[in-house]
Ligand binder design. Structure first.
Ligand code: URA
Length: 209
């Protein structure tokens, strides 16, 4: 997988535009995020290993493709990651789930850890970390650092919007972690928000502003 994949599918782009609009309600924002997460999950799992199994259709026997069954872990980077997590879980219901709690110190823009709980055997799993906003990259890099410390080796990062600054920071710190995003926005604001962006993803999905 290349380091940065832009999912430019028309449905994704259309839904994202509706989400960006400041008039978009919390309920619609949530629903669109869920729908986009399905489409992003489709892309992030594109290279999962496959095998075949013998089945019988009503017509004849066949060797049919199935997932090889490599263990999966979905990691939500709290709190906004939960908005993507639900949709991905609908597509991969048997995946194990972990949480990384990081908040951004608004003065330094540096991540501060407050929670970390991930499944066992992280070294054997395909790990999909989800966070809608790849902004400065500080939290994302810190989350991936923690996942690697827990043994994870095969990690992908799925987001909704990415800033060029965040992509560069991730590439420098974790060149082995592919990023799958619905957009590469223009730049960061001077307080670390993505422009044009969609504002605070957590506030928009939980209605906390
Ligand atoms: N986090 C958000 O929720 N929005 C941004 O624009 C940047 C970080």
């Amino acid at each position: 997988m290349q380091h940065f994949t832009l999912v430019d599918h028309p449905l994704v782009q259309h839904k994202l535009t509706k989400m960006r609009e400041k008039s978009c309600s919390t309920a619609v924002f949530r629903q669109l995020l869920r729908e986009i997460s399905h489409l992003l999950a489709y892309e992030v799992t594109r290279d999962l290993p496959m095998t075949t199994t013998s089945i019988e259709t009503p017509m004849e026997a066949m060797e049919a493709p199935v997932l090889e069954g490599k263990k999966l872990a979905l990691i939500s980077i709290l709190r906004a990651g939960n908005g993507l997590l639900d949709g991905v879980l609908e597509l991969i219901p048997s995946a194990r789930v972990g949480f990384v709690g990081l908040y951004r110190d608004e003065a330094t823009l540096q991540p501060v850890q407050y929670y970390f709980k991930v499944p066992k055997e992280m070294d054997e799993r395909v790990v999909i970390a989800v966070d809608p906003m790849l902004a400065t990259g500080n939290s994302s890099v810190a989350a991936i650092d923690l996942l690697k410390e827990s043994g994870a080796k095969d990690i992908r990062f799925m987001c909704l919007l990415a800033a060029p600054e965040g992509v560069a920071r991730m590439k420098e710190a974790h060149p082995d972690v592919p990023i799958i995003s619905a957009s590469l926005d223009r730049q960061l604001s001077d307080i670390g928000y993505i422009l044009p962006g969609l504002g605070d993803a957590g506030d928009r999905m939980f209605g906390t502003k």
